[in-house]
Design a protein around this ligand. Structure first.
Ligand SMILES: [Zn+2]
Length: 373
């Protein structure tokens, strides 16, 4: 009997079995590789790792938008302040430590206020609704915050709005104290009052007022542009049969000096200060201010000019020509002068419209819109 065919047959079968085993093994290995890769991928995913740290999907969406925040969140335990602040639009990750330290000292601060205060360098101020009220008020200037707060200390009955108004008008300083030099480079927007001294300034571009426009017996000079604006206004009023005449325009330092000194002789310094400017402090020295009169008014007084149709017209229309009533009724404590229905100041049409529309004094306008500090 030939043994060969039987052995051949056995070998063939063995090979077949091995082939099956190898195939099975390879399949298992492949499945394991794919499985592990998928698992690694899944658990390696940042969002999954953040979820495992306890962050909500909503917060995770925000975190993974920023590489640095993601890195921070992954390498630290769940950060509750981060969760709170990441929803605030102005949140800055680079300020996180500052937010934390401010929050530690000011537990009541809201997320929005916290972000705002830190981002805008208010960390030296304790949080309070009062502080936020100042910051959110119109005409608020950060550079004056210390002065607002100091003034508030002594005037606790006043509203924040009123404190801002006063400090912006330098009313926390007595008149003729803390005096600064008028910056004449502001041109039509320059200020001259009891806190701004114009010195012996002489305007360069002045023209003589023609007799048509003058109250008989008076005369003088005005800045050229102011004069043109006044004539435009005069003509508009004339169409309604009104005569807005010039009684007192530009006054030099020396003229003002003798006027003031005469008043002091007559009424004493204290009283004179309420209606007349000391030399170097009069707006008339800018050549941008005019005292108006009509044909019939006899002097500068509210019971006279203040009762005229011309005055009424000016109240509604002066701003359209760039003029404002400079010393309004009720604002004596801000302007430092009694109500003067006849004294107007040229500041340009754009500025005059703001002063008119917002019903503010020039003191407030100047600090907020011109000086901006
Ligand atoms: Zn005047």
């Amino acid at each position: 009997m030939n043994i060969m065919p039987i052995m051949w047959d056995k070998m063939k079968r063995k090979v077949r079995i091995n082939k099956v085993a190898i195939f099975t093994l390879i399949t298992i290995i492949l499945v394991l590789i794919v499985g592990c890769t998928l698992a690694l991928n899944y658990f390696g995913k940042e969002s999954v790792r953040l979820k495992m740290k306890g962050y909500s999907s909503k917060v995770i969406d925000k975190i993974i938008k920023d590489e640095e925040i993601t890195k921070y969140a992954l390498n630290n335990k769940k950060d509750n302040l981060l969760i709170e602040l990441i929803n605030v639009d102005e949140f800055k990750f680079s300020n996180l430590d500052k937010y934390k330290s401010y929050k530690k000292d000011n537990k009541d601060v809201t997320s929005k206020d916290l972000v705002y205060l830190v981002n805008n360098d208010y960390t030296e101020y304790d949080y309070s609704p009062n502080l936020i009220e100042f910051i959110n008020s119109k005409y608020y200037l950060k550079t004056r915050l210390d002065r607002y707060l100091a003034y508030q200390e002594d005037h606790q009955d006043l509203e924040v709005k009123e404190i801002i108004k006063r400090v912006n008008s330098n009313i926390d300083y007595d008149f003729y104290t803390n005096v600064e030099k008028t910056d004449t480079s502001y041109g039509y927007q320059m200020i001259c009052n009891k806190h701004y001294n114009i010195g012996t300034y002489v305007p360069s571009n002045i023209v003589s007022v023609a007799s048509t426009y003058l109250k008989p017996g008076y005369g003088g000079y005005l800045d050229k542009e102011v004069y043109a604006a006044y004539i435009e206004m005069y003509n508009a009023a004339k169409k309604e049969n009104l005569n807005i005449l010039v009684q007192s325009p530009y006054r030099s330092y020396n003229t003002q000096s003798s006027i003031y000194n005469n008043y002091v002789k007559k009424d004493g310094k204290e009283k004179a200060d309420t209606y007349s400017a000391r030399a170097g402090y009069s707006e008339h020295q800018t050549a941008l201010a005019i005292d108006f009169a009509t044909k019939t008014t006899t002097g500068l007084s509210n019971s006279d000019f203040g009762q005229t149709k011309e005055f009424k017209w000016l109240q509604d229309n002066a701003y359209k020509y760039g003029f404002i009533l400079r010393y309004p009724k009720g604002e004596e404590y801000i302007t430092g002068y009694m109500y003067e229905s006849w004294h107007y100041r040229y500041i340009g049409k754009e500025a005059a419209k703001i002063v008119h529309d917002e019903n503010i004094t020039y003191e407030e306008y100047f600090t907020y819109y011109v000086l901006k500090k």
